[in-house]
Design a protein around this ligand. Structure first.
Ligand SMILES: *Cc1c(COP(=O)(O)O)cnc(C)c1O
Length: 405
């Protein structure tokens, strides 16, 4: 038997999986079929409230790549100060629910039509290279709109212990710190509106001290750049990287400690950043724990002395839970037999999806109560990097339903 991660607090101790006051099978009835993602927006609101209490005078942005479902973005938009997007498609979704001034667009390889869409809308473009800045300025001339340009900096630090490092090394993201001041000067001189700095060092960190150290280094870097470019950034986006506990042994991030430390650092910040606003951009920390993926058991079979529970959904919708999205060692997300979550486990089973590949495994040798075809399996922590980050077309099964509660 192998361990599973811990069920998020909001669902822990339930006898039957309940999401926003309704049982898993009621949600399936209202969707009409499985597989199904249900996102509880009250859990997202609770995360936002916790952030607000922990961080004073720091803006909160939602990175919509974590979950771009329009109905969910619509709920989140009024709760946050900004939306961060990474494609023209995400930009279009963000513009439906937020004013362009509160939208920023980062990402390497922005095409000409993407730059133009952001410039025409008045959204901030966080440019990732000198070449991209030149393209944006040229498009601004053509369409007669001064671009709103931020500079994304590849920091000279990395976020320790983060699942995905995006700083401190050669990188496609942002411009190297030692060339950023020259680019800022060029942008300011060009007549574009300089919107500030975007510095993103990594993702999925659970160690508060690692985040605190990175934020300190990020503030130092921002002050050095402002000094040498002789320009105060209106906004410094400090990145994010707040992780969630997916696996056995993971400890939840102490965000209150991070907030207190950042408050002290901001109180003592360099005078050159005196007029600057600061933002933190979060994706998974806001939405991951709000989502549950529900899939129905189609078959129960024995092979080689092991029991396999075969469900109607798997890596085609929830790739991350099968260990195939950016993890080195496959470990189990928390799963439950939806109608008997509170029952004692009676057997060790592997829960596998319907795809014809051995990669499609939601639970590897986990302890569950006895499960039969027709029963529902709930996969927790399905609110981020689920439906939109999974290969829905692979093997030709229908897409999952998605409901915001
Ligand atoms: C992916 C990404 C995020 C969101 O990361 P999470 O781990 O979901 O918080 C934020 N900012 C940038 C620049 C990103 O690339």
């Amino acid at each position: 038997m192998k361990p599973m991660g811990t069920v998020p607090r909001e669902f822990a101790g339930q006898d039957v999986v309940m999401i926003a006051g309704r049982s898993a099978s009621e949600w399936v009835d209202s969707a009409g079929d499985t597989p199904l993602f249900v996102y509880d927006s009250a859990i997202v609101a609770a995360r936002v409230a916790r952030f607000r209490a922990a961080f004073s005078d720091v803006d909160l942005h939602y990175a919509i790549k974590a979950n771009p479902l329009p109905a969910l973005i619509e709920r989140i938009a009024p709760m946050v100060d900004g939306l961060d997007v990474a494609s023209a498609g995400e930009l279009a979704k963000a513009l439906v629910v937020k004013s362009a001034r509160a939208i920023s667009f980062a990402g390497p390889g922005k095409r000409g039509d993407e730059l133009e869409a952001a410039i025409r809308a008045g959204a901030t473009l966080n440019v990732e290279s000198e070449g991209e800045a030149a393209r944006a300025l040229a498009i601004g001339e053509q369409v007669g709109v001064a671009p709103q340009l931020g500079v994304r900096v590849n920091p000279d630090v990395e976020l320790r212990g983060s699942g995905m490092r995006m700083g401190g090394r050669p990188s496609p993201f942002g411009i190297d710190a030692d060339r950023a001041a020259a680019l800022i000067r060029a942008i300011v001189a060009s007549g574009a509106t300089w919107r500030g700095l975007h510095i993103y060092a990594g993702s999925q960190a659970l160690d508060p001290q690692a985040i605190i150290d990175t934020q300190r280094a990020t503030l130092d870097l921002a002050a050095r750049l402002a000094d040498s470019a002789d320009a105060t950034p209106p906004l410094v986006n400090l990145g994010g990287g707040f992780g969630v506990p997916y696996f056995a042994g993971d400890t939840p991030l102490d965000v209150e400690r991070v907030g207190a430390a950042l408050g002290e650092m901001l109180d003592g910040r360099d005078a050159v950043l005196g007029e600057t606003r600061f933002a933190i951009e979060l994706g998974r920390w806001l939405v991951a724990e709000a989502g549950v993926y529900l899939t129905r058991i189609v078959d129960r079979k024995a092979s080689g002395g092991e029991t396999f529970i075969v469900t109607d959904g798997g890596l085609n919708h929830q790739l991350a839970a099968t260990g195939n999205l950016g993890t080195v060692v496959r470990r189990n997300y928390p799963l439950a037999l939806a109608h008997a979550m509170g029952a004692d486990p009676t057997e060790t089973v592997s829960v596998v999806g319907p795809l014809c590949t051995p990669l499609d495994r939601l639970g590897d040798r986990i302890a569950l109560p006895h499960a039969e075809p027709g029963d529902l399996i709930a996969v927790f922590l399905a609110g981020a990097y689920g439906a939109s980050a999974s290969p829905a077309g692979f093997l030709g099964h229908p897409p999952a339903h998605e409901i915001v509660a």
